[in-house]
Write a protein that binds this ligand. Structure first.
Ligand code: PEP
Ligand code: MN
Length: 339
C-alpha cells in the first residue's frame, strides 16, 4: 500500500500517522519527491482501512500495490535511485561502463586491461575471481588472489571494482569490493541475497537464464527487504529457442524494468550474444533503449583468454565502441534536455 501525502504535511500529524502504522506491525519506506512525499507500507496491510487513512487531513491518496515487490516498486519510489560508487555513480542520467576480463588471470593481465579500459573512458573495472563455469573442468577463477589483483588494478587506475560472489561464505573477501555481482545462476540463491542485503556494498543482480521480470524484481526485493537499497539490475540475455547466439538479449527488459522499478538497469551484451562481433551493435541498441550502463568483457588477448574469449573485445575494439556509446548517450541526453 502507498500513502501519498499532501505537500508540506503537518509534522505532528505525520509522526502520529507513522507511529500508528508501525504499531500495526508495518515497515515504512519514505520517499521524498519534488512535490509529494510517499509512505510505502511493507507488511500485511490487508486489515488497514483505506477510507480511514484517506480521510486524514495530511493524506492526498491511498492505493494498494498489487505487485509482490514493494521496495523495488516505482510506485513506492517514483524517482530513479542513484547509487554512488567511489567518485562515480550508477543511475541518475550517468552512463556506467563496467569493463574488464571475464576472469582475472594474472597481475599483468588485469593491470593491462584496467589501464586500457580506463583510457577509453570506462567508469568501473569488472573482473571475475570466482567463476560459475558450466563445466567443473573449466578454469574456476583465481579466487581470493583474483580479488587482491583487482584491488591493485583499482589503486593504479582509480577505477572502482566489480566482482562476482558465488557463496555467502566468500563475503569477507568482498569487504573492499565496490560493487558485488550476483551471477545469473545465483539470481535465486535467496540465502545469498539476504546476506548481501545485510551488508553495505551495492549489489548488481544479473537476470537468471529463464527468469521473468517479476522474478528478477523479487530477487532485488530480497536484498532490499534485508536492508540494502543499493541494487543494480542487469539484463544479460535469456534462454530462447535460438542457438546461433549464446542467449537472446531481451531489449524490452530495459523500458519494462525502468517502468516497473526505480532501480538502475544495465545491460551485458557480451554474455547475451557470446560473440564479439555482436557486442557493439547490441551495446548501442541498449543505450538507445535507455539503459543506465553496460557490462562489457574486454581482454588484452582474447584468443588466449581462460574464459569467454570469443565474446571479449580487444582494447582497440572497446575503445572504438566506448567512444560511440558516450557520443550516443550524450546525443540522447541533449534530446531529453531540449524537450
Ligand atoms: C559473468 O558475468 O562473467 C557471468 C558469469 O555472467 P552470467 O552470470 O550473466 O552468466
Ligand atoms: Mn564471462
Amino acid at each position: 500500500m502507498i500513502v501519498i501525502l499532501k505537500p508540506n504535511p503537518n509534522e505532528d500529524q505525520l509522526e502520529s500517522l507513522k507511529s500508528w502504522l508501525i504499531g500495526k506491525g508495518l515497515q515504512i519506506h519514505m520517499s521524498i519527491g519534488t512535490s509529494h512525499m510517499i509512505l510505502g507500507l511493507v507488511g500485511d496491510t490487508s486489515a488497514l482501512d483505506i477510507d480511514l487513512i484517506s480521510a486524514l487531513e495530511i493524506v492526498e491518496d491511498v492505493k494498494r500495490v498489487q505487485e509482490p515487490y514493494k521496495n523495488a516498486n516505482r510506485k513506492f519510489h517514483p524517482e530513479d535511485t542513484v547509487i554512488p560508487v567511489g567518485s562515480t555513480q550508477v543511475g541518475g542520467g550517468t552512463l556506467t561502463i563496467m569493463a574488464g576480463p571475464c576472469s582475472v588471470e594474472s597481475r599483468e593481465q588485469i593491470i593491462a586491461v584496467a589501464k586500457a579500459v580506463k583510457a577509453s573512458g570506462a567508469t568501473m573495472l569488472r573482473g571475475g575471481a570466482f567463476k560459475p563455469r558450466t563445466s567443473p573442468y573449466s578454469f574456476q577463477g583465481m579466487g581470493a588472489e583474483g580479488i587482491e589483483l583487482l584491488k591493485i588494478a583499482r589503486e593504479q587506475t582509480g577505477l572502482p571494482i566489480v566482482s562476482e560472489i558465488m557463496d555467502a561464505s566468500q563475503l569477507p573477501l568482498f569487504a573492499d569490493v565496490d560493487v558485488i555481482q550476483v551471477g545469473a545462476r545465483n539470481m535465486q540463491n535467496f540465502n545469498l541475497l539476504k546476506v548481501l542485503g545485510a551488508q553495505p556494498k551495492p549489489v548488481l543482480i544479473k537476470r537468471g537464464l529463464s527468469s521473468t521480470y517479476e522474478e528478477l524484481l523479487m530477487s532485488a526485493e530480497y536484498v532490499m527487504a534485508s536492508g540494502n537499497e543499493q541494487v543494480i539490475l542487469c539484463e544479460r540475455g535469456i534462454r530462447t529457442f535460438e542457438t546461433y547466439t549464446r542467449n537472446t538479449l531481451d531489449i524490452s527488459a530495459i523500458p519494462v524494468l525502468k517502468h516497473l522499478t526505480h532501480l538502475p538497469v544495465i545491460v551485458d551484451p557480451s554474455h547475451a550474444t557470446g560473440k564479439y562481433a555482436l557486442v557493439a551493435p547490441l551495446a548501442l541498441g541498449a543505450v538507445a533503449a535507455g539503459c543506465d550502463g553496460l557490462l562489457i568483457e574486454v581482454h588484452n588477448d582474447p584468443a588466449h583468454a581462460l574464459s569467454d574469449g570469443p565474446q571479449s573485445l580487444n582494447p582497440d575494439a572497446f575503445d572504438k565502441l566506448n567512444r560511440k556509446l558516450i557520443a550516443l548517450h550524450g546525443f540522447l541526453k541533449e534530446g531529453e534536455a531540449a524537450k
